[in-house]
Design a binder for this molecule. Structure first.
Ligand SMILES: [Cu+2]
Length: 307
């Protein structure tokens, strides 16, 4: 796993963000050195000495005011021009024939719904990208303001209810890039992680194809019992694609993590999640069903068939 930092970008959009960030940091450092240096010089050179008379009281110097203003304006211009260039580099390509977004990411308290509208695919918390291909991505919110940021992949962007925005997601190197919601959105905010999985074109197409397939029917007695239990406990009141109060579970076993990056996805952790979701993610909007160990075993067996 690579360090998730904007200084280690894997896309042209990320590179543009990094250049701008470095410029602003260097300019800020320069301003700091000048201001702190002048304060230090003044404090030492004009310090009160024993017996010295009160120095002349100067109230402002107009010539120097002009220099300050010109300096501040120059710094702002030096930031403004590359900012506009960076925004253009990170913006989706305009065009009259808009095929719609490749990906739609919808923030929920506290997980990410992910849709691939052209392929009719619905998943959660893990965005798959084909290496090197810019993917136009629409960001929406289902409830409160969230903020999407995967630092190596590109700029951060708010998800504001009622105001969808569009960004381009791209990764030129295969790998898994970590991100998170970076706008406080309630109790579960710290565990609202997201990852971008960049893979070869073939691997991406294979993933799309397997997500499009319905999972195989449960075969073992436990898995069959689990399927019945899943229906009788009305899990799909929240998890069905039409409701999306919780993540779609059609291919849950194919995902690497549970509960928006809270924990690796294994049969064991899946059982722990079902036994007590609150223990793993305090505040989570999934109730504790007070399931017996047998019920948990059956539900896990059933959910593990869904890949
Ligand atoms: Cu958040």
């Amino acid at each position: 796993m690579q360090v998730s930092s904007p200084f280690n970008p894997v896309s042209p959009q990320g590179l543009a963000t990094k250049s701008l960030l470095e410029l602003v940091l260097w300019l800020g450092a320069g301003v700091f050195v000048i201001v702190a240096g002048l304060v230090l010089v003044a404090a030492i050179r004009f310090r009160a000495r024993p017996g010295a008379p009160e120095p002349p009281q100067v109230e402002g110097r107009h010539q120097w005011e002009y220099v300050w203003i010109a300096g501040a304006v120059a710094v702002l211009i030096a930031i403004f021009i590359p900012t506009v260039a960076m925004m253009r580099a990170a913006a989706p390509p305009g065009g009259s024939e808009d095929p719609g977004p490749d990906i739609i990411i919808i923030g929920h308290q506290w997980w990410w719904e992910i849709r691939y509208p052209h392929g009719g695919i619905l998943t959660a918390n893990e965005v798959h990208l084909p290496v090197g291909r810019p993917m136009v991505t629409r960001l929406e919110s289902a409830d409160v303001i969230h903020d999407f940021w995967v630092p190596q992949v590109g700029r951060k962007e708010d998800l504001t209810p009622g105001y969808p925005t569009t960004v381009v997601l791209q990764a030129d190197r295969p790998g898994t890039y970590l991100g998170a919601c970076v706008e406080f959105c309630g109790a579960g905010h710290a565990w609202m992680r997201i990852s971008v999985i960049a893979e070869s074109s073939q691997a991406f197409d294979a993933w799309l194809a397997s997500e499009r397939q319905p999972p195989p029917p449960p075969a073992t007695p436990e898995a069959v019992a689990g399927e019945k239990l899943y229906a009788s406990l009305s899990c799909d009141h929240c998890h069905a694609s039409t409701v999306a109060v919780g993540p779609d579970l059609t291919h849950i076993a194919a995902r690497q993590t549970l509960a928006a990056g809270r924990i690796a996805n294994t049969p064991d952790t899946l059982g722990r999640w079902l036994a007590d979701p609150q223990a793993l993610k305090p505040g989570v909007l999934m109730p504790d069903f007070r399931l017996t160990p047998d019920q948990i075993r059956d539900l896990v067996a059933y959910l593990e068939t869904r890949r």
